[in-house]
Design a protein around this ligand. Structure first.
Ligand code: ZN
Length: 256
């Protein structure tokens, strides 16, 4: 048996406390629903962390012990400390995977890793979402057909202010006519980043099979298996180098 993938599901966990409709769909919070289906996989060990815990639940050795982080935030992006965001970013660059869900498009960590606005069009109405599979050969799309539908979702529309994805896996169509790049990957440093659009808090999206399959597949894909701290070393030659005829005069000039 292979070493389990250590996942931390980070949830803002505010809507669930304030909005009874959200609490009804996710009585233990969206983070626990997501952790619940991920934890059923024998290859995954899962913990959760939330905004209102000390250091947002990401202090101590949590980041050291995380191979892949899942991030859902919305109403309190600004309350996430810059210091914690910097630590998470460093871990991504070292090789930690990051899966950003839905309104996490506007989180500090996603915006920082993308380097762009990450803005989009949105509408909370009666749209259905149809997600088209652009890359059936990709490991994150395993078990997903040509398309699947979410009966009710918030609309996100283009233009989406992201850098061109390294891989575009899904494009969504909404009843109102818009389209959106709804599943995409980027490599940042040694880390792998996946953005997945669905998951508005007032709909039971994270209870849907296809959504659970994609997030579980994404955890496997995002596990890089490396941790490479940032260094910028002066490097001795591996082979004897020919003598440099100008070295003597360079050192003379240098010591004038
Ligand atoms: Zn939303």
């Amino acid at each position: 048996m292979s070493t389990p993938i250590r996942v931390t599901v980070w949830g803002e966990f505010r809507h669930e406390k304030k909005n009874p409709k959200v609490a009804e769909i996710y009585p233990d919070g969206m983070h626990n629903t997501i952790a619940g289906f991920l934890g059923k996989d024998a290859d995954i060990t899962v913990r959760t962390a939330t905004l209102d815990e000390p250091e947002h639940g990401l202090g101590g050795s949590v980041l050291d012990e995380t191979d892949v982080m899942v991030w859902w935030g919305h109403m309190a992006h600004k309350e996430v400390s810059d210091e914690i965001v910097a630590k998470v970013k460093t871990r991504v660059l070292e090789g930690m995977g990051l899966i950003v869900l839905h309104s996490g498009h506007y989180s500090k960590i996603f915006k920082s890793l993308m380097g762009t606005t990450c803005s989009l069009k949105w509408r909370e109405s009666t749209d259905k979402e149809r997600l088209w599979n652009m890359m059936p050969s990709h490991p994150i799309m395993k078990g997903i057909g040509d398309y699947f539908e979410i009966p009710q979702e918030e609309m996100y529309g283009e233009p989406f202010g992201i850098p061109a994805p390294d891989e575009l896996l899904m494009v969504s169509w909404f009843t109102g006519g818009e389209v959106f790049r709804s599943a995409a990957t980027w490599y940042r440093g040694y880390g792998r980043v996946f953005y997945f659009r669905p998951g508005h808090e007032t709909y039971p999206t994270y209870h849907q099979d296809e959504v659970q399959t994609i997030i579980t597949n994404a955890v496997r894909w995002a596990m890089s298996g490396v941790r490479i701290p940032d260094v910028c070393p002066n490097s001795p030659a591996l082979e004897p180098l020919p003598e440099d005829p100008e070295a003597a005069s360079r050192s003379k000039i240098g010591h004038k």
